[in-house]
Design a protein around this ligand. Structure first.
Ligand code: PEP
Ligand code: MG
Length: 602
């Protein structure tokens, strides 16, 4: 039966494909695709874990038997018996094997996927006793997952073979609606939430689109989705509960709608929309080599936001004239940890990564932002941060985190300074608000230089920039401009902190308003003050890549926009059509309006 789920549109376009469900489990589970030649090893990992858990349960049963009936309740041995049965259950073991063999899921992902399928069947049972066995199954699977810890092969995302998905659900009546040769079936990802680390795992995969239950328009999951340039919907609330593995799904990334089990008529309509989108992309591709100059001859700098050095390939391809924001924290996230302490990249590893980014940009400047972890970007990929800190968005995040751990910060600074010997690097500091933070940061940068001098290491000069993403910073520009060569406006956080709206919380997403007069005022003043003092200014938040704001920002005097490479051509099209002379007065009237969104549209 066809039904629709509504969420927030975050990355444009239409995707049609089979659902791949990533379910959350109480244990942190890695999700990645294995290579076909690794199928046997992966099945073996499950088998070994199952044998170990079976032994564990047998030993427990034996000790319970020894205790005698007065020491232990009869239910305990019955329960252990149930766990043994569930462990050996063919639906569980056969299902896991299916996901590993047919979909190339790693063992842990296959287990949690199959757990979810069986759990839903338990939920539907009439008999209360049987319904409650779901908790036992969860415990058994958790035991298995614990046993499998540390036995995974190197966590490397390899793209799955795009093969015809064979549904194992007997009740799954979805015939392949795109039936034809049936060899390549697009896959779409459905999850309750995806950590930024998970997103990076999936970045190199071939998903045609994705949907999450949680998240706001500028949550980091949404941002990475945008960088993948695939249709995506976040904040779809119950999508991961309503969609089943292998369901056919349409993701409308323009409208924020997810259509499940579509009828042939709906499929035909969306197939048409998809082709229209492809044609539009083809048209935009012709602008790739055209310089971004307005009708009145103003040259506009269109820069790329990247997460990994390898993203420079896409940036150059899209016609970026530099990197305006390298979110360096992605080098630090989702790394395997041997102890509770996550292993951080050392100076050499970071230096190599920054050098790769510089080389990738072939002589164009690269702006590297120092680490910005915390809030919705926890280092270890878990959302535990949310529970550990009362209000992570207001907590130990970004530069605050760096200043709290000077050794880690100095390591990063040294690596960046060394990479600057290979090309033009701009060093960008996130989340500054206080003059004392500026002073500490600058003295640590000096200290990093001294350390390199003492070592006789080669390093280069960098331009220094600060992000303006806290209203306090936007209101004290004078202090910032005394110390920095340029400013970069992080509108994602500036909106969050100006309006007191958690950017990752879908329940207040309707109030997250980039066109709020207060936000526009802070943006406009920052641009104007930098221009007045002859300092560089860019916008690197999502607003820079949103064509609805291009004319306004041009009218306010902005000439440097940094965005995901996938947005560059669409923004360039707007730039080519704009006349900044005419836009200035109009931008002023928008700024003075009580309802700027309406004024912009009018
Ligand atoms: C911003 O806040 O606008 C920004 C660019 O930084 P991030 O999205 O990484 O917080
Ligand atoms: Mg920010």
């Amino acid at each position: 039966m066809t039904f629709a789920v509504h969420g927030l549109p975050v990355a444009r376009g239409i995707a049609i494909g089979r659902a791949v469900l990533v379910v959350s489990s109480r244990i942190d589970v890695a999700h990645y695709f294995i290579k076909p030649e690794e199928i046997e090893t992966e099945i073996d990992r499950v088998r070994t874990a199952r044998n170990a858990v079976a032994d564990e349960l047998t030993k427990l049963q034996a000790s319970v038997a020894q205790m005698g009936p007065n020491d232990t309740p009869h239910e305990l041995s019955a329960l252990l018996e149930v766990h043994q049965m569930l462990l050996q259950d063919e639906v569980l073991t056969g299902g896991v094997k299916h996901w590993i063999t047919e979909r190339l899921y790693n063992a842990e992902w296959a287990l949690t996927t199959q757990l979810e399928i069986i759990a839903r069947q338990f939920d539907e049972m009439e008999d209360e006793y049987l319904r409650e066995r779901k908790a036992d199954l969860e415990q058994v699977v958790e035991r298995l997952l614990h046993r499998m810890k540390g036995t995974a092969a190197v966590l490397a995302p390899s793209p799955p073979r795009r093969k015809r998905a064979t549904s194992q659900d007997d009740d799954n009546d979805n015939d392949d609606p795109t039936a034809g040769d049936g060899i390549d079936v697009p896959l779409v990802l459905i999850a309750h939430d995806l950590s930024p680390a998970d997103m990076l795992q999936f970045k190199k995969s071939v998903f045609a689109g994705f949907v999450t239950d949680v998240g706001g328009r500028t949550s980091h999951t949404a941002i990475v989705a945008r960088s993948m340039d695939i249709p995506a919907v976040v904040g779809a609330r119950t999508a991961s509960q309503l969609v089943r593995q292998d369901d056919w799904v349409i993701i409308d990334g323009d409208a924020g709608v997810v259509i499940v089990d579509p009828s042939p008529i709906i499929l035909a309509e969306y197939g048409f929309k998809q082709r229209q989108g492809d044609l539009e992309r083809g048209r935009l591709a012709r602008l790739r080599h055209k310089p971004a100059v307005t009708l009145d001859g103003q040259r506009v700098e269109l820069l790329a936001n990247i997460e990994m050095p390898e993203d420079t390939v896409g940036a150059v391809k899209a016609g970026a004239v530099g990197v305006g924001l390298f979110r360096s924290e992605f080098l630090f996230m989702g790394r395997e940890s041997t102890t509770r302490q996550t292993r951080l990249p050392d100076e050499e590893e970071q230096y190599q990564a920054y050098k790769r980014a510089v080389e990738g940009m072939q002589g164009m400047p690269v702006t590297i932002r120092t680490i910005d972890v915390g809030a919705d970007k926890p280092l270890d990929g878990k959302s535990a941060n949310k529970q550990e800190h009362l209000n992570p968005a207001l907590g130990l995040r970004a530069i605050r985190w760096s200043l709290a751990d000077p050794a880690m910060f100095l390591t990063q600074l040294r690596a960046i300074l060394r990479a600057a010997a290979h090309g033009e690097i701009h060093l960008l500091i996130p989340m500054l608000a206080h003059a004392s933070e500026i002073r500490q940061t600058l003295s640590l940068i000096d200290f990093a230089r001294t350390e390199l001098d003492n070592r006789g290491a080669v390093y280069g000069q960098v331009k220094l920039g600060a992000m303006i993403e806290i209203p306090a910073a936007a209101l004290t520009l004078r202090i910032f401009l005394k110390h920095f060569d340029f400013l970069s406006i992080g509108t994602n956080d500036l909106i969050q902190y100006t309006l007191a709206i958690d950017r990752a919380d879908e329940s207040v997403a309707h109030l997250y308003d980039p066109a709020h007069p207060a936000v526009l005022r802070l943006v406009a003043d920052t641009i104007a003050e930098c221009r007045r003092q002859g300092k560089g200014v860019a916008v690197c938040g999502e607003m820079a890549g949103d064509v609805a704001f291009t004319r306004l920002l041009l009218g306010l005097g902005l000439r440097s926009f940094s965005m995901h490479p996938s947005r560059i051509l669409a923004v360039k099209q707007e730039v080519l059509r704009a006349d900044t002379g005419k836009l200035e007065a109009w931008a002023k009237s928008v700024l003075e309006s009580d309802d700027p969104a309406a004024a912009m549209a009018g």
